[in-house]
Design a protein around this ligand. Structure first.
Ligand code: ADP
Length: 498
């Protein structure tokens, strides 16, 4: 079968090509230009033929061109021009066009020609430039965050890492670190946990995300450092093929965290001691009341017994009075001892919105259900770090107080608005409880947090003192807004989990 190419002339093929082409003789003069070249350079066929190639390039390239041309004709072979330099062609209107140039020698009747092909290079150069910029940015971000980068073949355990990781792990800059060396630096106590996290990432049904904190000891200086490492496992056909991640030195952060924890423990102890001393003085006063009442009731009972007109009703009432007062003293002591005996503060991460909901359910279930809650909860608020049960106790106590205040005032539409949001300093969760009761008068504002201060006939006056101590022991603050006009508005804050 004859090829259709046999029927095509060189000229027809030349003009059909999408790339711009020039045929140039050994003196560097254009002999032929295809349609794409005429369009690209803005010439007619008649005006371009006879021009030297130098006239089709910007001035600054012309000087050396003769030399390059001679070199090409000495060893003519197919190659690209410019040796990696950015090249430009000059159009008839003087516009510079970014191009890559290919050179192909062609021999016709013993005469050597060069076929010059122009490829538009703008897009490629832009993409290369964008890639360079993005790589530079990545490099800068990496340096700014002091990040080390690693890349592991999870099957063959071939490990690659950058200089920052080598520096942290105590490797030599010119010697690659092996996976065994990487593992050896990890504190033996943390190795098992790291391995579990790594194995979890190998599971193709999981998300492959890795997040771990562990200690390493640099064999050069013997210093222990805390590392936070984040990574991602990549899978192909359901098989883990590549594990890439970063490691960061978080030792300083850990030290600050530890100091804060110690400070928190000290503050907690301080507040407990303060409460204990306040309480010791207040307790004498508070027990005095029921004891005096018991003594008075007992006298009435004795009197009723010794009286000739024996009065069993009076005797019964006097003894009932004794029971109520003795129980009151007992409750007061019980609450206090329970609080003072609380053990070490165990904290956890939890969602404040959820705990507010739990506290509302407990309050309603405890017979304090005569109110309508209005919830204003910040969605996706970060988790706080505190003792969840203690925070729940505080919430229940504030909610009960609000219900009692509204009940005493016979408020018609009792509502309690609970707001959960990020505090303005951004590192705290902030809860506000607003009722529509009588509020707290200016004289009482200063006293309501004192132990045993109460305005209720059967109150103990320990709720707010204990609530404040609990929130402070958990790293937050509890206060009453003294300027609030409608009802009482209590606030507390808690630190967000790291
Ligand atoms: P108790 O509830 O046993 O009185 P608290 O320490 O919880 O003890 O409260 C102390 C006092 O603070 C209360 O007796 C009351 O006078 C005042 N108080 C607390 N919460 C509110 C409130 N929401 N509205 C008005 N007064 C309140």
């Amino acid at each position: 079968m004859t090829s259709p190419l046999n029927a095509l002339s060189f000229k027809a093929l030349f003009d059909a090509a999408a790339d711009a082409m020039l045929l140039v003789d050994d003196a560097g003069q254009v002999v032929e230009a295809n349609v794409a070249a005429l369009q690209l350079l803005g010439y007619s066929e008649a005006t371009i033929c006879g021009l030297t190639v130098e006239s089709l390039m910007p001035d600054r390239f012309r000087g050396h061109h003769q030399q390059y041309r001679d070199a090409f004709f000495k060893t003519p072979e197919k190659r690209s021009m410019g040796n990696g330099r950015d090249l430009f062609a000059l159009s008839s209107s003087g516009k510079e066009l970014a191009v890559d140039i290919g050179l192909s020698p062609i021999k016709v009747q013993n005469q050597l020609y060069t076929l010059i092909t122009f490829y538009a290079a703008d897009k490629r150069r832009e993409a290369e430039q964008a890639l360079r910029v993005s790589e530079e940015r990545l490099q800068l971000a990496k340096q700014a965050a002091s990040l080390g980068v690693f890349d592991l073949d999870p099957k063959k355990l071939v490990f690659h890492c950058d200089e920052r990781m080598l520096e942290l792990w105590g490797g030599k800059p010119d010697k690659p670190m092996s996976y065994d060396e990487f593992i050896a630096a990890i504190n033996p106590e943390d190795r098992a946990a790291r391995q579990i996290e790594f194995n979890r990432c190998l599971d193709p049904s999981g998300h492959g995300k890795y997040n771990m904190e562990y200690r390493i000891t640099n064999p050069n200086d013997g210093i222990e450092r805390w590392i936070s490492s984040v990574g991602k496992m990549h899978f192909r056909n359901g098989e883990a093929v590549r594990f890439v991640g970063v490691a960061r030195d978080i030792t300083e952060h850990k030290i600050v965290e530890k100091n804060l924890q110690e400070q928190r423990a000290e503050t907690e102890l301080f507040y407990k001691q303060q409460i204990a001393s306040h309480t010791a003085s207040a307790i004498a006063h508070d027990l005095n009341q029921p004891l005096t009442a018991i003594s008075a009731y007992s006298e009435v009972a004795l009197h009723a017994l010794s009286n000739a007109n024996n009065n069993p009703d009076l005797l019964k009432r006097a003894l009932e009075g004794c029971v109520v007062q003795a129980q009151r003293a007992g409750t007061s002591l019980h609450e206090l001892i329970a609080f003072l005996q609380e053990g070490e503060l165990v904290t956890e991460r939890f969602d404040l919105n959820h705990t507010v909901q739990e506290a509302l359910n407990i309050t309603k279930g405890d017979g304090y259900s005569a109110f309508q809650p209005i919830l204003k909860l910040e969605q996706h608020i970060p988790a706080v770090q505190a003792n969840r049960i203690q925070v729940q106790k505080v919430l229940v106590n504030l909610l009960r107080n609000a219900v009692e205040a509204m009940r005493a005032e016979r408020v018609a539409n009792s509502t309690i608005t609970v707001t959960v949001k990020t505090h303005k300093d951004m590192s705290m969760g902030h809860v506000t409880i607003q009722d529509c009761g009588p509020g707290v008068s200016q004289e009482l504002v200063k006293r309501i947090f004192e132990p045993f201060f109460t305005t209720k006939p059967t109150g103990i006056g320990m709720g707010l003192a204990i609530s404040r101590a609990l929130i402070e022991a958990n790293g937050g603050q509890l206060w009453l807004d003294p300027n609030n006009k409608t009802g009482a508005q209590f606030h507390f804050t808690l630190p967000f989990a790291a």
